[in-house]
Design a protein around this ligand. Structure first.
Ligand code: PRX
Length: 650
């Protein structure tokens, strides 16, 4: 908490929305935005009631907000079915035969699912879950590739009031075990495998391995995607296609309370144990829906594509719940952006006439590196709006995205938010906000964001501080599953009654928010959060390792690369083979994204006199090759000198 946050970036380029875009936009001038924003924070009851009314409620709320920090209840007494809002209400009207999902698998297989079909598939799968004995509030772990059935499984859970916990397909069996244990899940939905970079991700094998250790699972439903041989345990495992053939395609959706739990999604924190972020129904859906409407300006005629995976919050809010609640047509893609080459996305944009495209800075940087000739080969003129999420976008990456993908005409919405916030919080509105490359600009409706110093005073323009949200918002997380204490301590204890995001930021004179990055020991690797403590625990779990310290190093492609310093147990030699083994070990314990990019053996780690590892010094060392920061609390300066020498910079 003691380091001053500095940011030296100065950006003067300003891009105003075009007259054509503004003319059609829902919010077309800054003054209209300001007026509505003021209402939304002064009278949240009025603003949010108006938005929520656009959804379909079985019973209207009696009170919009019940707030006693940090406990929020939104749309108290209201009842709805989230799945009905995303599927049935469209299937019952003129959108019945409209494409909900245009799917492309990595090998090139294609499928279009209409809202009418989606209703039948979701109803069928809801009946399957019910037949397996799944009840409201039961936790269902979903470990799927990026295929429409992932969304079907999630929506089917929502339909029957079960709580899904989606685990990203890139995570390992150990990560599955952690999440099963923490959530107390009783059922699993998975696939035999998924396609990624031409290879099969062995999803079912990973589940089998996890279930050797976690015994609480009653059923595993397996979707056949890749077709390789897998084990099916009789009495526990069944095939999706067999199960659905036995049930009706009709299911009457029941209404659930607005605060009924919808899902748990795990995210990294500054300790080793991932946090189970809990989201509930009415408020979450209202947040996802409202942001799709205003931020992405979604219209019935749009073809929207978000390239995230459903295993992350972006996939939950901006592939499944938000766009489907809006009734839009969206593209879903299973695989890697460079399969067979870096033209894949642009070929798909051209083929489907994508109008709104939402991706991450790390992907943009990879495209820049691959070369302009990939997008140049394709007609991208259908695009009208671009989005970015996951980490600060470098101004040069912004410019490239604007020019090479957006043809200089598409606004870019740089959206800041988090797993915990459920929906976009700081963002331009494409019809009215002047854009500057690198800033997420202004708070969304209902978001009272501010930057405070350590004493709780608001920072002056351009002064760095901590990003907080001073008022509750509908899609905010309600708790860390099973750990209210950690929820209060992590988010609500720095400043009374305010949510601390854990990010450092500054505001410029126009009020734009510039996000600097995490203030805690959380890395942002390719737009994904990774706790340094998690990687350290994984390393220390290896029999050769005595101690480890993990820090981030700036990386052109990933944003941050993972750098591990490892002290070995007495008598063990740090060989290249062991280095490789340790990297693989982390991949096995957490998942490939956590594998250290650099792994250094260190005779000792820099510590304070009280024995705390000084990651700050290591961070500086790997970023600059030097240590100039304050070392007065360092127990033994020789440790740093040795590391510096070993890294070849001393
Ligand atoms: O540090 C911020 C960064 O990502 C963190 C949230 O990570 P996660 O919960 O995994 O959600 C990512 C997708 C919503 C934030 O604390 N972050 C996210 N979006 C931006 C960002 N940093 C700067 N600009 C953004 N647009």
């Amino acid at each position: 908490m003691s380091n001053k946050i500095e940011s030296h970036l100065v950006e003067d380029r300003v891009f105003k929305p075009s007259k054509e875009f503004s003319a059609k936009a829902r919010i077309s001038s800054l003054s209209q935005y300001k007026k509505l924003w003021q209402e939304s924070v002064d009278k949240p009851n009025v603003f949010w009631a108006r938005e929520a009314k656009e959804l379909s409620w079985r019973q209207t709320w009696t009170k919009v907000l019940d707030w006693k920090a940090p406990d929020a209840k939104w749309f108290v007494g209201g009842k709805l079915n989230v799945c009905e809002n995303c599927v049935d209400r469209h299937a019952a009207g003129p959108r019945r035969n409209k494409a909900a999902i245009i799917f492309e698998g990595e090998p090139g297989d294609k499928r279009v699912i209409t809202y009418g079909q989606l209703q039948r598939e979701v109803s069928q799968f809801a009946n399957v879950l019910l037949a397996k004995g799944v009840k409201a509030k039961d936790r269902v772990l979903v470990y799927m590739p990026m295929i429409p059935e992932a969304a079907v499984a999630m929506l089917a859970c929502a339909r029957i009031g079960a709580v899904h916990s989606v685990v990203f397909g890139g995570f390992s069996s150990d990560s599955i075990v952690d999440r099963l244990e923490d959530s107390g899940a009783t059922h699993v939905v998975t696939a035999d495998g998924g396609w990624r970079r031409g290879k099969i991700v062995p999803l079912k094998d990973n589940v089998d391995e996890a279930l050797e250790r976690y015994k609480g699972i009653k059923s595993v439903v397996v979707f056949k995607r890749t077709g390789q041989d897998i084990q099916m345990k009789s009495g526990r495992d069944t095939w999706w296609h067999d199960d659905i053939s036995k049930v009706s395609a009709k299911h009457e959706a029941k209404a659930f309370d607005s605060e009924h739990p919808l899902f748990i999604l795990y995210t990294s924190g500054s300790t080793g144990k991932p946090k189970g972020i809990l989201h509930t129904s009415g408020g979450y859906l209202t947040g996802a829906y409202t942001t799709c409407k205003y931020v992405f300006d979604m219209r019935d005629e749009d073809v929207y594509w978000c390239t995230a995976d459903v295993g992350w919050i972006t996939g939950h809010s901006y592939i499944v719940y938000g766009p489907l609640a809006m009734g839009v047509t969206q593209v879903m893609y299973e695989g890697a952006p460079n399969q067979p080459d870096f033209g894949r996305f642009w070929q798909m944009v051209e083929e489907y006439g994508v109008t709104i495209f939402y991706t991450a800075p790390t992907a943009i940087r990879a495209f820049i590196k691959a070369g302009d000739h990939f997008p140049a080969k394709h007609d991208l003129s259908s695009l009208r709006l671009l989005g970015s999420v996951g980490e600060p976008i470098n101004p040069e990456a912004w410019m490239w995205y604007h020019e090479k993908i957006g043809g200089g005409r598409c606004p870019i919405v740089d959206t800041w938010w988090q797993t915990e916030t459920g929906a976009i919080m700081i963002t331009p509105l494409p019809g009215c906000t002047p854009l500057k490359p690198g800033t997420a600009t202004l708070p969304f409706f209902g978001v009272d964001a501010a930057i405070l110093d350590e004493e709780g005073h608001e920072c002056k323009p351009n002064e760095g501080g901590r990003l907080v949200i001073r008022k509750p918002w509908p899609s905010m997380t309600r708790t860390i599953y099973g750990d209210k204490g950690r929820y209060k301590k992590t988010y609500w204890s720095d400043y009374k009654g305010m949510y601390t995001a854990g990010d450092g930021a500054r505001r410029d004179k126009q009020g734009n928010f510039w996000i600097v990055g995490r203030l805690d020991d959380v890395l942002n690797v390719s737009g994904h959060r990774l706790g340094t403590a998690e990687v350290e625990s994984a390393l220390v779990g290896h029999p050769a390792v005595a101690e480890s310290a993990v820090v981030g190093r700036p990386d052109d492609l990933k944003g941050q690369a993972v750098v591990a310093f490892v002290t070995l147990k007495e008598g063990i030699e740090g060989t290249p083979a062991l280095q490789k083994e340790l990297r693989e070990h982390v991949g096995k314990v957490i998942g490939a994204i956590a594998k250290p990019d650099d792994l250094h053996f260190a005779p000792a780690l820099p510590k304070t006199r009280s024995g705390k590892i000084m990651r700050r010094l290591l961070k500086e060392l790997v970023a600059t090759g030097n240590v100039t920061g304050n070392t007065t609390t360092l127990e033994d300066f020789n440790v740093i000198a040795t590391l510096q020498k070993n890294l070849g910079s001393g």
